[in-house]
Design a protein around this ligand. Structure first.
Ligand SMILES: [Zn+2]
Length: 390
């Protein structure tokens, strides 16, 4: 990685323990005009045809904050490597007892079907995919890391958790400035917590997410996950041998197109449900499904109450949701920002009311992921990102 390689700012990298690290968070922003004038002599090693694109800002329209490579693999997985494997000289890895605790805590969690339902053991960390790191960050980390990190590491990590959470949904747009400050502080304090060698280009790039999210939308709307998924489909379904891969893929695609398959998916109209035995699956809207299985059955209403989905009932052509509510919920954290501002709550199972009530589908804000805190009865609820929409 070159010392002048940041695409967004003029910060100069330095070599620490044979790695290039970027410690400067206040360097001047690069500009489209200066790039086209070839003013960045040390940065521009050649020319690019991208400058020929019309209405294209060569700095601002190029994304560095791809959540798959930069965030989920680039920072989250790296942090797990630091804590679990011990890849940085300055930071001792978890001891055997701590490793057993995290195993036990992760094993107890089951997440909804939209995400990674189970996280693999951290012994298989090198095989963890981006989606696993993402589920770990958003639905497990603040709970399972408690007490395993030092107070300073945990506080520092929570800056990252909150910052990335804020930029993961346009629902949090009003918090973007706060998210920017948190990620900047995370990057600035990184060297203090893990040593200079940890401040990799991926960590540095977090300071540039604010501008990208403001210009292009939330991290979800321009991540490379969809492209990777498509590449996986091409690789697994269309290519049989390693000989002339491109030709094979093109031929299979042409064959498929000639078949003229009917479109599988109908556009979503109204909420509907299916029942099989005691299991009820309710589809609220595109990409938002609930099931009464003690995993996929938690949701947040628009007036910010936490509910458990029990059943559904037809009423005057529409559907009414039968559910139970927590009589009280709690703020889970309050450093930097209140967890409630991010729609994160903790609750005690004993506070789940026994009386059933009814809600309209339109009363629902988002699906919640339940994370079990300890042996006790406390659970923490995190909004399922893809259901948190405007
Ligand atoms: Zn930069």
């Amino acid at each position: 990685m070159g010392k002048h390689s940041c695409l967004k700012c003029c910060c100069e990298g330095e070599t620490v323990e044979q790695r290039t690290v970027f410690l400067d968070t206040n360097a001047n922003k690069r500009t489209d005009g200066a790039f086209r004038n070839k003013e960045y002599v040390l940065h521009q090693t050649g020319s690019t045809p991208l400058v020929d694109l019309e209405n294209f800002d060569i700095i601002e329209d190029i994304v560095v904050g791809d959540r798959l490579h930069q965030i989920d693999i680039g920072v989250t997985k790296k942090l797990l490597n630091i804590w679990y494997i011990g890849v940085l000289r300055s930071t001792k890895r978890w001891n055997r007892e701590q490793r057993e605790i995290i195993h036990h805590r992760l094993k107890r969690q089951t997440f909804p079907f939209e995400t990674q339902r189970k996280l693999r053991s951290l012994d298989d960390l090198s095989y963890w995919k981006g989606a696993e790191c993402k589920a770990f960050l958003h639905y497990a980390a603040p709970v399972v890391l408690k007490g395993l990190l030092t107070g300073q590491q945990y506080q520092h990590f929570m800056l990252y958790f909150c910052g990335v959470t804020i930029f993961s949904s346009t629902v949090h747009r009003r918090l973007y400035n706060a998210g920017r400050a948190m990620l900047k502080k995370f990057v600035e304090n990184y060297a203090q917590v893990y040593g200079k060698a940890g401040v990799t280009p991926n960590v540095h790039s977090l300071i540039h997410i604010f501008e990208e999210a403001t210009r292009l939308g939330s991290l979800e709307s321009y991540s490379t996950y969809v492209f990777e998924r498509k590449l996986g489909q091409i690789k697994n379904n269309l290519i049989r041998t390693s000989y002339r891969c491109l030709e094979q893929a093109i031929r299979r695609i042409l064959e498929l197109e000639n078949f003229n398959f009917p479109r599988k998916r109908q556009p979503f109209c109204n909420p509907f449900y299916k029942q099989r035995g005691q299991t009820i699956t309710l589809c609220i809207r595109q990409g938002f499904t609930m099931r009464n299985d003690d995993v996929n059955d938690w949701f947040l209403s628009k007036d910010e109450e936490v509910y458990k989905f029990i059943s559904v009932r037809r009423c005057q052509g529409g559907l009414r949701i039968i559910c139970r509510m927590f009589s009280r919920v709690f703020e889970y954290f309050d450093q930097e920002i209140s967890s409630m501002d991010l729609f994160i709550f903790s609750a005690k199972i004993t506070d789940l009311q026994t009386t059933e009530m009814e809600l309209e589908c339109s009363d629902i804000k988002c699906k919640l992921v339940k994370t079990i805190e300890e042996e006790g009865e406390t659970m923490v609820f995190f909004p399922l990102l893809r259901t948190l929409v405007e």
